[in-house]
Design a protein around this ligand. Structure first.
Ligand SMILES: Cc1ncc(COP(=O)(O)O)c(C=O)c1O
Length: 401
């Protein structure tokens, strides 16, 4: 189902799906088909069947909804992860004199950290007073009890909780359900970065009551470098419910920063109108869709749609358990990822930050990655990592160690 990288005709054993997923066989065909439509029909392609570009973004909804545990109306693919953070914060981070703080991890991806810092500054606050950082433990993780206790402690001032579903460094899967239920009690909104979670772990964003989430599609979604991002907005936050609530506080407030693709389809091409957002997650779309990128995403989502997610999760558990059992007693590396809060990725801290381990693996055509300080990360993708190769990799790694 996927094209595998190679080195002088020797297959590369690829364990970097957490960074960039592999290319499905069908990707080129689906992109070329849109290129052909463009070549043959020009602008008419916007309304030409099959799959007119005008509504091409809808092709991603079914697959994304399945992976997020959401309704199709609650998800979409558009723009990029970091831009979607700002787009959705514009709606969900509405600080007031008393409630203005954001709770987030002290070790999160740089772009998230910059987004949170500049969001509070944008609203006139200082990051030192407006951001409550959760402090990581010695394994770069955060216990659920500690997170819940921090929510309790700061509940009066928290406007928003912003967390990663799966931490990019440690691979820890957070207990989103428990965190969201606790936040809900105090009417604190919850937003998530799912870059490392979507296509990796099982999620029920709708039932858990998460307010909003964003992701990129080049990791476990296999849509190619820099491919279009995506987001989730819970139906409780759709414009028709959100707008009256906010407007009753202040009639001048807007809930959504508008663009033509978020506006009512019937009048999208007219000018001189007042913004009339579609009453679902599409309201947060700004621009017309990047069709070539969405074609690549479709190729991968079609695979997820044809798969039994529970079976994929079982396979993932089997692979990571094998790795845990082989590596956990090593005195050359220590596993950072908690065994009972793991997805496809395992993070290990290498003693003395000895990066030669990566080169030794690369000489054997095994690709993993490295993040400072001395952290080797590898992931097992049930869609394309085969038993012979993942066993070979773990056995070899344990021999080298
Ligand atoms: C956890 C996480 N958040 C944010 C980003 C930034 O993504 P983008 O460049 O698509 O905005 C990445 C990129 O790898 C990431 O891993």
């Amino acid at each position: 189902m996927f094209l595998k990288p190679s080195n002088n005709n020797n297959p590369i054993h690829y364990f970097c799906g957490h960074s960039l997923g592999l290319q499905p066989f069908k990707t080129q065909e689906l992109i070329v088909s849109e290129l052909n439509k463009w070549a043959n029909s020009g602008v008419e392609g916007h309304f030409e069947e099959p799959k007119p570009w005008f509504s091409y973004h809808h092709t991603a909804k079914k697959g994304l909804a399945k992976l997020c545990g959401a309704k199709e109306a609650e998800v979409n693919a558009n723009s990029s992860l970091s831009s979607n953070i700002h787009n959705l914060f514009a709606t969900f981070y509405k600080p007031t004199k008393d409630k203005f703080k954001i709770l987030t991890e002290d070790i999160s991806f740089s772009s998230d950290n910059f987004a949170v810092q500049t969001q509070v500054q944008f609203h006139g606050y200082h990051p030192d007073s407006a951001i409550v950082y959760l402090k990581h433990n010695e394994k770069y993780c955060f216990s659920t009890e500690y997170i819940l206790q921090q929510i309790e402690t700061h509940r009066e001032e928290l406007e928003l909780i912003w967390l990663s579903g799966v931490n990019f460094l440690s691979g820890q899967v957070l207990d989103i359900e428990k965190i969201t239920k606790c936040a809900e009690k105090y009417k604190i909104k919850v937003g998530l970065d799912l870059a490392h979670a979507i296509g990796n772990i099982s999620m029920q964003l709708h039932n858990w009551g998460v307010d909003f989430a964003v992701w990129c599609s080049y990791k476990y979604l296999n849509a190619g470098p820099g491919s279009t991002g995506g987001y989730f907005v819970h139906e409780k936050n759709f414009p028709k419910s959100l707008n009256p609530q906010l407007k009753s506080q202040n009639p001048q407030l807007t809930t959504i920063l508008g663009g033509w693709w978020g506006h009512n389809e019937e009048t999208r091409f007219q000018t001189g109108l007042t913004f009339d957002p579609v009453n679902n997650a599409d309201a947060w779309l700004h621009s017309n869709a990047n069709v070539l990128s969405l074609a690549a995403l479709r190729a991968s989502l079609d695979i997820f749609l044809s798969e039994d997610i529970e079976r994929l999760l079982e396979k993932s558990k089997e692979m990571t358990l094998y790795a845990f059992n082989k590596l956990k007693s090593s005195n050359k590396i220590r596993i950072l990822t908690p065994e009972n809060q793991r997805g496809n990725m395992i993070s290990t801290q290498v003693l003395n930050e000895d990066k030669s381990l990566i080169s030794k693996l690369k000489e054997q055509n095994i690709l993993v990655d490295w993040r400072e300080p001395g952290i080797m990360r590898f992931s097992f993708c049930p869609l394309y990592n085969e038993e012979a190769e993942w066993k070979h990799f773990i056995n070899l790694l344990s021999e080298i160690l």
